[in-house]
Design a protein around this ligand. Structure first.
Ligand code: NAG
Ligand code: NAG
Ligand code: NAG
Length: 498
């Protein structure tokens, strides 16, 4: 990067949301943390011994935190540094109100400067969470040099809101051939300096050691979960929410919304929606249809938005950007209820049981099926959170907001000009990232039991086709996933009332 670009970025005015985040950085006071961990190899015994050696460390002050955030977010000029930059004021207000219940840090003892930032005193007194909600981020990386600076900048901001002491980040990197490892060490050190706990592990095992493609992919995902079990065994530390990410770049508010919806609905699995560019159609289309199934068990389509869902009610909700119950989805980021990891049936990622003639679906589809069977079938997809794997698609699905009044003297029917609540840009499918929330987006979903059959497109992996290679079938689901009990709340994770 050119030095002058770097300084330009540093000098840029922070976004309103970044300001909110900035002020939250200072709110962790007088806490001590175990040192974070940087280890290599699978089941590393060093992990446990280092973990128990809790060191007293002095936490950085607000200015120092701000500097770390600046460093993190200016090292790379990717879109996540931009996505909340010019958010309209009404959206910023909505975000502040909506996610106040997720704030997981301690209230400062003196609050003079705090209230001057727009949080009223009465509000933040009630923000003190009754019980701390702990978040476990599980991340798989492979040759992710370009993604890492943004990923950490986002994690840093999200953790500032959730409370650094409530967050644990586990990164599993499988044999990258670029400088991913070196870069990870730098960011590990930076995040460690604010008391965020990070474990980074690296594998040298390659796919050759496994018979089946899916078996290997499941193993890679499970490795990212190892610290979850280790922390339970060694420190009796339990987490309340897991956020599983691939090398995708969500904005801060994307992650917050997924977490919010997951907790609001006490959902087993909550996923985003992801988009890829379709060359023939010359438009972005829904991407992850290998995993995503609607509540009838029908696959979602790699199609423009109006044709993604076959189920009519789901399609209607999708086009209104409302959360939708689905049978299965993953879509780049998934928020999981960890309960079935901790308690029988001790779910983990797995390949299909081929001897029992189970269809050889993705490890992510199988984990959704297992959640259903374990009674955690509250699976939902959040269309508002639209993720892209590159900047080109991100820019198409999130065009910048235009001032319609200035452009063409636009005056809405029956209201004031410039009232963003009735801005057509908020209603169009590909709209600004700061799309305003509608009241329906806060309503709890009415979950129904699962479908009797699910469309499965197997991947045998025997040939060299890099994707599903078996004829698809309607696979019969276990009876338990069709009982009313499969969607009853088993583990309450909702936010405390403000
Ligand atoms: C690491 O995992 C990814 C999928 O997560 C896979 O595409 C890649 O081939 C793996 N790397 C090695 C060295 O096997
Ligand atoms: C949009 O443009 C109009 C006319 O130029 C201006 O009066 C108004 O303040 C602008 N609105 C916003 C939100 O910038
Ligand atoms: C619903 O699922 C059944 C199989 O269980 C399938 O035959 C039917 O076409 C599906 N309907 C829609 C609208 O996808």
């Amino acid at each position: 990067m050119q030095p002058n670009t770097f300084w330009l970025q540093l000098k840029r005015k922070p976004t309103p949301l970044a300001l909110v985040v900035g002020l939250l950085l200072g709110l962790l006071i007088g806490k001590t943390f175990p040192t974070s961990l940087l280890s290599t190899g699978g089941n590393n015994p060093i992990f446990v011994s280092r973990l128990s050696a809790r060191k007293q460390i002095t936490l950085p002050n607000i200015d120092q935190r701000r500097r770390v955030l600046d460093l993190l977010s200016t090292l790379s000029p990717h879109h996540t540094t931009e996505c909340t930059r010019n958010s309209q004021p009404l959206y910023v207000q909505q975000v502040r109100d909506r996610y106040a219940s997720l704030i997981g840090h301690k209230t400062p003892s003196e609050s003079t400067w705090f209230s001057s930032w727009g949080f009223s005193d009465s509000q933040h007194v009630h923000n003190v969470p009754k019980k701390e909600h702990k978040y476990f981020f599980a991340i798989n990386l492979y040759n992710s040099f370009d993604v890492i600076p943004d990923l950490f900048a986002t994690l840093f901001r999200v953790s500032a809101i959730l409370g650094y002491h409530n967050v644990y980040v586990s990164i599993y990197e499988n044999g990258s051939t670029d400088q991913t490892k070196a870069l990870l060490r730098i960011f590990d050190a930076l995040t460690r300096s604010v008391g965020l706990r990070v474990t980074i592990r690296t594998s040298t095992r390659t796919r050759g050691a496994f018979n089946h493609r899916i078996e290997y992919l499941a193993e890679v995902r499970n490795q990212a979960f190892n610290p979850l079990h280790e922390l339970r065994d060694s420190h009796n530390e339990y987490f309340d929410t897991i956020i599983f990410m691939n090398d995708i770049l969500p904005c801060v508010d994307d992650l917050l919304e997924l977490i919010w919806q997951s907790r609001r609905n006490n959902a087993g699995i909550t996923c985003a929606s992801d988009y890829m560019y379709h060359q023939e159609l010359s438009t972005p289309v829904f991407y992850d249809n290998w995993v995503a199934r609607d509540i009838n068990g029908t696959a979602l389509e790699n199609a423009p938005f109006e044709n993604v869902f076959h189920d009519p009610y789901s399609s209607e909700r999708f086009q209104m950007h409302l959360p939708i119950q689905v049978q299965s989805c993953w879509n780049g980021v998934a928020v999981l209820d960890p309960a079935p990891f901790y308690t029988p049936p001790y779910i983990k990622f797995r390949m299909a049981r081929l001897t029992e003639e189970e269809c050889s679906a993705s490890e992510c589809s199988l984990i959704c099926n297992d959640y259903w069977e374990a009674g955690y079938g509250r699976i939902l997809m959040v269309p508002r959170v639209k993720l892209a794997y590159d900047k080109r698609v991100f820019d198409i699905i999130h065009p910048s907001r235009r001032n319609l009044t200035a452009i063409r003297g636009y005056v809405r029917l029956g209201g004031l000009p410039d009232n963003p609540r009735t801005d057509p840009q908020d209603r169009s499918w590909y709209g600004p990232h700061d799309r305003l929330f509608t009241p329906e987006e806060s309503e709890e979903i009415d979950f129904v039991p699962g479908p009797s059959h699910v469309w499965c497109w197997g991947w045998d992996g025997a040939g060299d086709i890099d994707g599903p290679d078996v004829d698809p079938i309607w696979e019969r689901m276990p009876d338990r996933s069709q009982y009313a009990d499969s969607v009853k709340v088993k583990h309450h994770r909702e936010m405390s009332e403000l």
